[in-house]
Write a protein that binds this ligand. Structure first.
Ligand SMILES: *Cc1c(COP(=O)(O)O)cnc(C)c1O
Length: 235
């Protein structure tokens, strides 16, 4: 098999998977009285070669989600898209912020005040404001990063003072079991914070739902869903 035969097949395959996911988003949105066009479909690219990611871009995903700094940097220049359409979604060490801050339009995985401060500093040096989401450890699991719901109030108070970040919403990876229950908790937290109308805190994005559970996430108000396996196959 030559490369030339391979590429069209992959286009068809990814195109049909993405189409299928869009259909399921539409159906879930309709069932729960939502507008499907407000749900952004993100392709999560970890372990996937840049050329394959480019096919997913061609086939109409809205965003790319990047987990790993080194891998991202090695693929970035090959991607046929711009920083505007890329979000960082993995655990980020403070010393790596400067490497990616010019290459993404949002950092979804802000899991500590010190990381937020570093993003604020690096964005400030470049005279820009970086939109961020707060990662919430909604199941309060030891193995996961993120703020506990009980830490939110004081975290938001601190973050609202940082001029070069814009808190734009929440992100989570729920426990494997009872995912829907945790999506509901996230939805409540998101609405609660939204209703508090704090300075410099917007609740515009609720990022949750992956290959196995995106329909329940849509049901619970998610407007960014992050899909790896269902687009690219098993890692
Ligand atoms: C890998 C990953 C996903 C996608 O997971 P799939 O189950 O492959 O769809 C979503 N969000 C984050 C943060 C991830 O690391």
């Amino acid at each position: 098999m030559t490369i030339n035969q391979f590429v069209p097949d992959l286009s068809l395959l990814l195109g049909s998977r993405i189409g299928e996911i869009r259909k399921r988003i539409c159906n879930a949105a309709q069932r729960f009285g939502r507008d499907a066009s407000e749900v952004h479909l993100m392709a999560v690219t970890k372990t996937v070669p840049a050329d394959t990611v480019n096919i997913a871009i061609e086939q109409g995903v809205d965003l790319l989600g990047e987990n790993r700094v080194q891998e991202f940097l090695s693929k970035y220049s090959v991607y046929r898209t711009t920083a505007e359409n890329i979000h960082f979604i993995g655990h980020l060490q403070t010393n790596k912020v400067k490497k990616i801050v010019d290459k993404v339009s949002m950092i979804e995985s802000v899991d500590s005040i010190s990381l937020a401060k570093e993003i604020n500093d690096e964005a400030g040096k470049r005279n820009r404001i970086m939109p961020i989401l707060l990662e919430i450890n909604i199941g309060e699991e030891k193995t996961k990063f993120g703020f506990f719901p009980s830490q939110m109030k004081s975290a938001l108070e601190e973050l609202s003072k940082l001029p070069n970040i814009q808190v734009s919403g929440l992100m989570t990876i729920p426990p494997k079991r009872d995912g829907k229950l945790y999506f509901r908790k996230m939805q409540r937290l998101y609405i609660d914070i939204s209703n508090q109308n704090m300075d410099n805190i917007n609740m515009s994005y609720l990022s949750m739902g992956m290959s196995e559970d995106f329909e329940s996430a849509v049901e619970c108000g998610a407007n960014i869903i992050r899909i790896g396996t269902a687009i690219f196959g098993k890692r």
